[in-house]
Write a protein that binds this ligand. Sequence first.
Ligand SMILES: [Zn+2]
Length: 288
Amino acid sequence: MKTKGSDKTLVVFGVIIVSLLGFLIWGYSQYTTLDKLQKELILEKKTVEEDLKAKTEENVYIFSKLTAEQQKNLSFENQIKDITSQVGTLDKLSKTDKELLQKYSKVYFLNENYVPESLAPVPNEFIYEKDKQIQIHTKVLSNLTDLLRSAQNNSMDLKIISGFRSFGEQSVLKGAYTVSFGSDANKFSADQGYSEHQLGTTVDFTTASVGATFSGFSKTKEYEWLLQNAYKYGFIISYPEGNAYYQFEPWHFRFVGKQLAERLYVEKQNFYDLDQRKIDAYLINIFD
Ligand SMILES: [Zn+2]
């Protein structure tokens, strides 16, 4: 009975041992499978990562190449734009009459055959002698009428007594002045002033009270108004008081464009004191 009992115990013990062993073997086999799987996963991850890295590098390379290409295109585009604008500037300049900003003197004057490219009549309401026809450079007309309307709105009695004068008309006028004023005619109708009238961009102002002799024009409120406002419309007084070049002509205003006129006004300079090369820089924008 005792032996039978210890046999039973042995059997149970044996079964437990075998079960334990079996479990251990199963556990180990599970462990090695997992380990193998993990290693495989790590390897796969590495491959995917390397692949991704290679693809990213490729993309960066393509992108940089693309950017370089785009920049090349952009700079080419800019060059084209530059060239186009330069051609435009040159074209505009070639079509702008260089005489319009010339300084005239006894040594440099306008050719007697010179005529402005186009002339237009000054509206009758602004003309001193009602039935007289006065013409001005077509491109200057709107600036002049703007000036005259603004003067009118400020209760100024400004009228135009002279605009474009051809070489022939000027000779007749000078003759007439000489008859009326003798040798004094040279003081306000000499060779220098006529060139500016022949350009078509120059006018002589007067008022009803001053009339055709211009006498006392420099004492009028209209003259003061012109000194402070004419530049806004591109006009300047060619021969201001105390200038070193010519007889003081308070009524004689020339169109030089808004940009140059404003510069002369701000810097309190005279057109005839400015270097011709500096003046020429304003030619391109004279009608802007
Ligand atoms: Zn004049």
